[in-house]
Design a protein around this ligand. Structure first.
Ligand SMILES: [Zn+2]
Length: 287
């Protein structure tokens, strides 16, 4: 087993730990992830065109995020970040469509996102996830798009090989899906996923055991999905953004346009975009 990198911080906000079985979206807990490596020194002078280095997004303040203990030894299941700060996190799944404008947008505007790549989507095999909208396979079949994202400081994480309902699979079959995905990402991109998102949000204890054996540190769910046009579909009755929300988008046509609308909306509501990896690191607890 790999050792967890620990960055405990003082307490702040209560949160709930959900480690097993039910697909509760309320889980939170610890994680290791140092964020993508800094790409250089923190230059502040020189050309005004040069932006600051390192992964983009707001980072937790001292004491903002409470480290969460876990006792089972399995990867925690996280659907929101326990903070009171008006900060939300953007995640994007699958990879059926590869809008080139989106990479430029993320890179030039330093927008923090985390991508969960699914092999069959990226390689345009099989049928798109219905939740992702109609797929036209624009540019699919290529990992180069995800290399560009990786080079724009986007962590590329694990979303299985074939997008199955993991609850219907044995633990061994789940392991093949999760470990297989990590191997493909490592081969194609040279990075090793430490986060896993189960397709449809479906998982069970076998998923957590399998994920752990594949080197996954945390299972990431979400609190709201973003539909075409940048419309947010909340999973809570009051239909408002909440501090620590994790938003789920899909790689779909016109992503750059929808994303622009979404980011404007989030900022208008007084929210900032957080660096998920930095927040997860602040939540980490060894054990
Ligand atoms: Zn998916």
């Amino acid at each position: 087993m790999r050792a967890l990198k620990i960055k405990p911080r003082p307490a702040a906000v209560a949160c709930v730990l959900a480690l097993v079985a039910a697909c509760s979206p309320a889980g939170t807990a610890s994680v290791r992830r140092p964020g993508t490596p800094s790409s250089g020194s923190p230059s502040t002078s020189a050309s005004p065109k040069i932006t600051r280095h390192g992964p983009p997004g707001e980072r937790p303040r001292a004491g903002e995020v409470r480290p969460v203990e876990r006792t089972s030894g399995l990867p925690p299941v996280i659907s929101s970040i326990p903070t009171r700060r008006k900060v939300v996190f953007l995640t994007i799944d699958d990879g059926w469509e590869q809008d080139p404008g989106f990479v430029k947008q993320v890179r030039d505007q330093r927008i923090p996102i985390t991508a969960f790549a699914m092999r069959d989507a990226v390689e345009a095999k099989g049928t798109p996830d219905p939740a992702g909208g109609p797929g036209k396979y624009v540019g699919a079949g290529k990992w180069g798009y995800f290399r560009q994202l990786r080079n724009a400081d986007v962590p590329i994480e694990n979303h299985t090989l074939t997008h199955p309902n993991l609850r219907l699979l044995s633990q061994d079959a789940q392991r093949r899906e999760i470990c297989g995905s990590s191997q493909v990402i490592r081969k194609e991109l040279g990075t090793r996923p430490t986060l896993f998102r189960p397709p449809f949000g479906n998982y069970n204890t076998g998923t957590l055991r399998a994920a752990k054996s594949c080197g996954i540190d945390a299972v990431l769910l979400w609190t709201a999905t973003v539909q075409p046009g940048g419309k947010i579909a909340y999973q809570v009755p009051d239909k408002r953004l909440r501090p620590g929300d994790i938003l789920l988008l899909h790689f779909r046509p016109n992503l750059a346009r929808d994303f622009r609308i979404l980011v404007d909306k989030i900022k208008r509501r007084g929210y900032e975009l957080g660096n998920l990896q930095a927040y997860l690191a602040a939540m980490a607890v060894d054990r």
